[in-house]
Design a protein around this ligand. Sequence first.
Ligand code: IPM
Ligand code: MG
Length: 357
Amino acid sequence: MSKILILPGDGIGTEIVSQAVKVINSLNANHSMDMNLVHGLIGGIAYDETGSPLPDETIKTAKDCDSILLGAVGGPKWEPLERSLRPERGLLGIRSELGLFSNLRPAILYPQLASASSLKAEIVSGLDLMIVRELVGGIYFGEPRGVEKRNGERFGINSATYYESEIARIGHSAFQIAQKRGKHVCSVDKANVLEVCELWREVMEEVSKGYPDVKLSHLYVDNAAMQLVRDPKQFDVMVTSNLFGDVLSDCAAMLTGSIGMLPSASLDKDNFGMYEPIHGSAPDIAGKDIANPLATILSVSMMLKYSLNQADLAEKINIAVSDVLDQGFRTRDIASGEDKVVGTNEMGDLVVKALES
Ligand code: IPM
Ligand code: MG
């Protein structure tokens, strides 16, 4: 039996996670899986119900589970709150509390959706790149931080900091993933300006010595952003720091034209993981049954592959999603021309039907 913590969160979180739960239930019923679901609170809804965006209870339950499935957090309702109470703090807090340092963000172009990209089909067709983002360090968490008074005016501070051990462990993640893929790691930094990145580059070189079968290259982040839109297929695995990874992964996601399709995994040193779609909580379309649940469903696939040792079932989900796209069904965000537009619920049902057929 594996125990899965379900954290729907805010906005469209509840409706997309419900579709993923249908998929989990189907695997339990038809593939002798025994995934036991427990529900918890995170984000704005957790603040509303408990006064904290990350209740102690959630962390306690998470530590007792084998895996976590998260929807999304945030919304305008909670924006006026002081920083420490905002939904995003819940997300940053759970990543940090559970040591989920390795964030895998694949950008895969589904051939059925090639026309959804803003880039020419020949530039993106067959795109399959993996961004490995350091998730619990760097400028997101560095001290000192804050806004204070200096010389009679307000002064803002954040610190980009990394211990060599933090760089090395994300390096190992990236190299190990590359060994199972195209055997090329591109490390992205800003070593021409920032000392912390000089260290980053040095440590990546050191780590690479343990992986003679994998090629290591380096790019400055500005060039990497340019290369991502110029020729994204040159990349296999890209490894980078927390902030650069945040920015580059949104850019890479949009190359596929469909941010609603992309799952992610955040793993600790033992491959315990939290799985979530990379899109946000989209409060403007919440509750309207139009959100795309496929990224969340594909997050279940990543969970099976990376944490639950069920690569075959993971592949079954991927194939089911692909089948549904082949049949011409699309949620609104990825629809064009002759496509059959369906809602969130129906899309969930269609994937379950494809899985069971
Ligand atoms: C992401 C998001 C988060 C981040 C926000 C919501 C805190 O943008 O997961 O990429 O910056 O990490
Ligand atoms: Mg982001």
